[in-house]
Design a binder for this molecule. Sequence first.
Ligand SMILES: Cc1ncc(COP(=O)(O)O)c(C=O)c1O
Length: 940
Amino acid sequence: MLTDYDTYDFAHRRHIGPSPAEMAEMLETVGADSLDALIDETVPKSIRQAAALDWPQMTEHAILARMRELADRNRVTVSMIGQGYHDTVTPPAIQRNILENPAWYTAYTPYQPEIAQGRLEALLNFQTMISDLTGLPIANASLLDEATACAEAMVMAKRVAKSKSAAFFVDAGCHPQNIAVMRTRAEPLGIELIVDRPEALDPEAVFGAIFQYPGTHGHLNDFTDQIAALHDAQALGIVACDLLALCLLKEPGAMGADIAVGSAQRFGVPLGYGGPHAAFFACADAYKRHMPGRLVGVSVDSHGNKAFRLSLQTREQHIRREKATSNVCTAQALLAVMASFYAVFHGPKGLHHIATHVHAHAVALRDALTGAGFTVAPEAVFDTLTVDVGAMQGVIWRAARAEGITLRKVGADRIGIACDELTDAEVLTRLLRAFGIEGQIAATRSDIPAGLQRQSDYLTHPIFHMNRAEAEMMRYMRRLADRDLALDRAMIPLGSCTMKLNAAVEMMPVSFPEFSRLHPFAPAEDAEGYKEMIDELAERLCVITGYDAMSMQPNSGAQGEYAGLLTIARYHAARGETRRICLIPTSAHGTNPASAQMAGMKVVVVKAAENGDIDVEDFRQKAEAAGDDLAACMITYPSTHGVFEDTVREVCEITHKHGGQVYLDGANLNALVGLAKPGEFGADVSHLNLHKTFCIPHGGGGPGMGPIGVKAHLAPHLPGDPLTGEGAVSAAPYGSASILPISYAYVMMMGGAGLTQATKVAILSANYIAARLKGAFDVLFSGRNGRIAHECIIDTRPFADSAHVTVDDVAKRLIDNGFHPPTMSWPVAGTLMIEPTESEPKPELDRFCDAMLAIRAEIAAIEAGEIDAENNPVKNAPHTMEDLVRDWDRPYSREAGCFPPGAFRVDKYWPPVNRVDNAAGDRNLVCTCPPVEEYLEAAE
Ligand SMILES: Cc1ncc(COP(=O)(O)O)c(C=O)c1O
């Protein structure tokens, strides 16, 4: 090396925040001789891995070249496969200003509404759009994929239907991947699936039924009669539908449907070889408190101004645990935002135009094929048709491939064709040539049977009628982004969420067309680059975790939990054992018990000891009591208390002794990579939140990826392919494949040594914060030598008595300092869980610590009676610009209120609203866009 400064060292120069000199200072503060000494004091020897991770680091330019090489091994054709996935035009303004904009993609789930008004508004637009198009009054802010949404609808129907039946009817015209995922979900819950043609439905025999509209082979049916019959039998009617089709077709609400689900993918979200895409879920008003996923609602702030927030959080796993409505945590917020902007960008007329374009091409195609003597079904089409080609299937399919078009093979003798936004006369000419038909055809007419035509308006809200010039669109996207606090402005110290750097270079390949424009069911020969990348990533993840096999299917951590527990259940079943009990410590994340319940297991809660660790004696007793019924335990390591427990091996051994399997929640893997491998110290299966440890951005509440790693004995029981296997948990074989390049690039650029160093620095940074806050705040839990893992929990409960200050007050005051509050009241009520990650440079860590100490000083002033106990900067936080300019009658200065230590003077972050009233929003649930006058008032 020419100098000792390697500017291309991504791991140490770009990803890891503190410089070597800063690290030396931090080590001094924590009182450790060196980074390695700190790690030795912190991580139990008994779990340390023997061999170092050993692959080399790549530079940013080398990884881009590698990604290009892999991309070149994928082949993009004109995809006319359909089956729930369609090519679409992502408006460049949305691609650049949302998908590729860190202000949008690095935000966290909007649990702190004051710093999330922008994305909450965009998500409310999404809900309004879904509600309008489906004709149902209430819609959530996205689910993981259409197949999962179908399964969620089925389970919700079971919960709310008055029918006592245990059977559920599935229209055989549903997309096969939807049926596969519903089958997986039904089995452990004892739901019998009846898959048949809609005509065969016996409403008395089921608690609900789902119909696909248009059907997977293009059929358009009006399900009004079936749904009415279901209602007579106290059962629910569900329609899985296509948003674009609903621009022309009678909507599910008009058919009387109780629930409508589907995917918003074709609203400007790239195919991505399966995802990520936003699924939607809409329902009748009566069921709104039972619906899965997150729901954005409208409330007011402390000045009575309109403010958005996540509603009905009391339904969620964090509170209801195994009784929760569903386990959905991370969803698809960023993609829902993109889809909502697609609707804003085009407006109802634009969407109607696109739908008509798609439909007219399908009609022209149908007419040309029937004119040439082919038998085509159905008679009435929206975008998809199925051609009877007999023994010619292979020949025609290959001829189309030669024309650069990929079609769907249906059975042995039919071919499915789906038109999309990009279908034009030239594509149809090539396609018809494959069928042996020469000549041009023109798409000139629409042909939807009168009874199926949509009668109602949609997207009438002014937000979908704003000026659509790009200048206006760009500014609207910018305005919303500016209301939010994402990683591009400040550290987000959310414990358990690992809000680390999502490097620009990691994000770039996501937009390569060779990754973004592949259909999930494209022939394998078109996805060789993907396969190589996914295999290589899975292999590295196996090395990192000590597991033998990896399933890349789950789309989130919680879906990984569910997949992992099903894998365990199938393993027991294959050995002829029925085991149902799952031991879960009180400190577990709420998704753990919710997932266990979904997998058909019975949750037995294990106590925490005084110091926060698992109470091993209680664990032992409960494992013994479960005996032959012990299916699994679910533990998190390091624990959600931010501690490396010494007893983890013992807990694994007890579980194994009783024949159970160890599920280790991998959400905290950022404290383990390169130091310890769950697969080596006793765990059998883990999910990995790639959207935490492996740099996939949180997107304001998704996307995510939660692949599961397993030991060899569980490998045969991993989720199967949704089309050809059994036990699928996602619609697409590799879940949200198009975001895997992010994790791949991270793992390759860091190299084994860089990843290990990142873990060590994450632990150093957390200990540094704990050391700096010591004395001012109690750090609730610590492990060996008083050290903590990669996060720390500080206690704010004493301030309730001493100063009437709550955890909310401290969190909201941090917003004035320009920070996203840490994780609040989990796993212990009244605490803050702080996780800095390795990516934050020391000046940012110090800015945060200074802010926390300044808040502590304010609390001390309240305790000492120096400032009013109710009218003070902490209680009134956060402060808005409006506060600054309105009459100031407070017993503290404007400066003290609005510019506390840590807040930037010039680049000050101003929350757009004051503290949001949570209860008011739940009492008066409004989940679609409020009238435009309120927007105007807010802007004035
Ligand atoms: C400990 C733990 N387990 C599981 C999850 C669920 O992961 P996801 O949100 O990806 O579903 C989380 C998410 O924050 C978590 O912190």
